[in-house]
Design a protein around this ligand. Structure first.
Ligand code: FES
Length: 249
């Protein structure tokens, strides 16, 4: 883990309030694994860095996606090509590779780290969203990296109507593992289906993080191995240890 001063190559909106930020960061790109994240110092007036899952590491560039939800991300959205950012990373433990083809399952901004997994692993993707507008840019991001893209929308405006958990049991048979990231309720449902079918499942948690370095405990979660820090022990965990046993519902 290092601190890098990196140049912004692009910072553009791709959907409502969602931006794609591309950084010229060859050293960081070389050492990052899918599932890891970076902490961005957005501006001097913000004490805390903001965590973002790494979405791509190809061509010496690091790409992230972010949703504008507050002052920090609003300030980030105003940065322009040629500006520099202070980046800490790569942080955390990423996805562990496995043999065979992996099914990635994600929703919302949880699709960002899965995009990096799609770049690095033999995988297909199941994308869930509320509406067509929410999923089409993700579809085009994943297209170069996977063979199959499955999509569900809550309102049925695109592909299959329903949740990822409605479609997952129908397609699960072709895969040797499931990696998931997104809203916790979605990951819990995905983990239940995967584990019921005896498939290994890795879950990547998104948490608010104060330090990002394991020092403040603000990101702790319960696991069968006790309390763990998402920033240092994760963000990727074995689903059995987080959602296994009695907690699986
Ligand atoms: Fe401080 Fe995880 S963010 S311990």
């Amino acid at each position: 883990m290092n601190i890098f001063d990196v140049e912004i190559l692009s910072n553009e909106p791709v959907a409502d309030k969602i931006f794609r930020l591309t950084l010229d960061a060859p050293e960081l790109a070389k050492t990052s694994r899918a599932g890891q994240f970076i902490q961005v110092k957005v501006a001097d007036e913000f004490t805390l860095r903001r965590p973002f899952g790494i979405a791509s590491t190809t061509g010496g560039r690091v790409k992230i996606f972010y949703r504008v939800v507050g002052r920090g991300t609003y300030t980030l959205s105003k940065k322009v090509v040629g500006d520099y950012l202070d980046i800490l990373g790569a942080l955390g433990n990423g996805f562990t590779p496995c043999d065979g083809k992996i099914l990635l399952v994600g929703g919302g901004m949880g699709l960002a780290p899965l995009l990096c997994a799609a770049e690095q692993f033999n995988s297909d993707i199941l994308i869930g969203g509320r509406t067509k507008d929410e999923v089409t840019f993700w579809q085009s991001e994943f297209e170069p990296h996977v063979e199959k893209i499955f999509i569900t929308t809550d309102d049925g405006s695109y592909h299959k109507k329903g949740f990822v958990t409605d479609l997952l049991p129908e397609i699960l048979g072709d895969y040797s593992a499931v990696y998931t990231c997104g809203p916790e309720v979605m990951m819990r449902g995905v983990a239940r289906i995967a584990l019921d079918n005896n498939l290994p499942c890795q879950v990547s948690f998104e948490r608010r993080m104060a330090c990002g370095l394991g020092a403040c405990l603000s990101c702790s979660i319960d696991t069968s191995d006790g309390r763990k820090k998402v920033c240092k022990d994760g963000p990727v965990f074995d689903a059995q240890k987080v959602f296994g046993g009695d907690k699986l519902g």
